[in-house]
Design a protein around this ligand. Structure first.
Ligand code: ADP
Ligand code: MG
Length: 249
């Protein structure tokens, strides 16, 4: 589904270029829940941004294949149309735009088949039910005055409506108390159950959310590259020992 080969990424800072990702290789298989863990500053969000096509980051070497095709030259909206979705660590607040209108506009710009107001209302009702959300939730302004947990619910509703092939969830668990965290995990699990083909790349600093969303595979990122890969057993090891024991080379 997703193949990253020898990726090198730089960013321009104070007229100097700074290497953030180097020699990064990663394979994500279709239908998998793939966890990406690593300490703060290791480059996880950079990778998520690069996958989505954020033009701030410069790719100096390497390749990114999505379903066998290079996406390097595609803009963010073109990648979204291919079925790539990124959930942000810090979602924006937009006054005056309801979740419902925002989602309908997004849906219609990404899909050939446009939905009428009525059909879209039905889709919202169905997906809200799936996520145990009040149907009126989507009448609120986008993330305006939302708690951390509500912002994540709004992201999950967006994920449910857009139903991408690849969902990248960047620190969806950050700043959530245990109840909100469980609610997010329940949402992801419900979506995955409804659409088992959906591939999920879940980026996190802590193993907590991975107790509720079971990953098929785990990759550890250190200083801009994948330093180690494993399965669920590796998670406990990380929790106990931290990241420092992993030999980079
Ligand atoms: P993580 O998500 O794993 O915490 P990031 O990808 O946010 O890591 O950051 C990795 C490194 O790249 C950090 O040293 C960070 O300061 C740097 N970095 C990321 N984005 C930018 C940017 N826009 N400008 C300057 N430096 C950046
Ligand atoms: Mg980050």
């Amino acid at each position: 589904m997703l193949k990253i080969k020898d990726l090198h990424v730089e960013i321009e800072e104070d007229n100097k270029s700074k290497v953030i990702l180097r020699e990064l290789n990663l394979n994500v298989e279709k239908g998998n829940v793939h966890a990406l863990m690593g300490p703060n500053g290791s480059g996880k969000s950079t990778l998520a941004n690069v996958l989505m096509g954020n033009p701030k980051y410069k790719i100096t070497k390497g390749e990114i294949l999505f379903e066998g095709k290079s996406i390097l030259k595609l803009k963010a909206n073109e990648r979204a149309r291919l079925g790539i979705f990124l959930s942000f660590q810090y979602p924006q607040e937009i006054e005056g735009v309801t979740i419902r209108n925002f989602l309908r506009t997004s849906y219609n710009s990404l899909n050939e088949e446009k939905l009428s107001v009525m059909d879209f209302r039905n889709l919202i009702i169905k997906k809200s039910k799936l996520l145990s959300l009040d149907e009126n939730f989507s009448d609120r302004y986008l993330n305006k005055g939302f708690s951390g947990g509500e912002k994540k619910k709004s992201e999950m509703l967006q994920l449910a409506i857009l139903n991408p092939k690849l969902a990248i969830l960047d620190e969806t668990d950050s700043g959530l108390d245990i109840d909100a965290l469980k609610a997010v995990a329940d949402s992801v699990n419900a979506l995955k159950k409804e659409n088992p083909e959906m591939t999920i790349l879940i980026i996190t600093h802590y193993k907590r959310i991975l107790e509720f969303i079971k990953p098929d595979k785990l990759s550890i990122m250190l200083k801009g590259k994948i330093a180690l890969e494993g399965d669920k057993k590796l998670i406990d090891h990380i929790e106990e020992k931290g990241y420092s024991w992993i030999d980079e080379e």
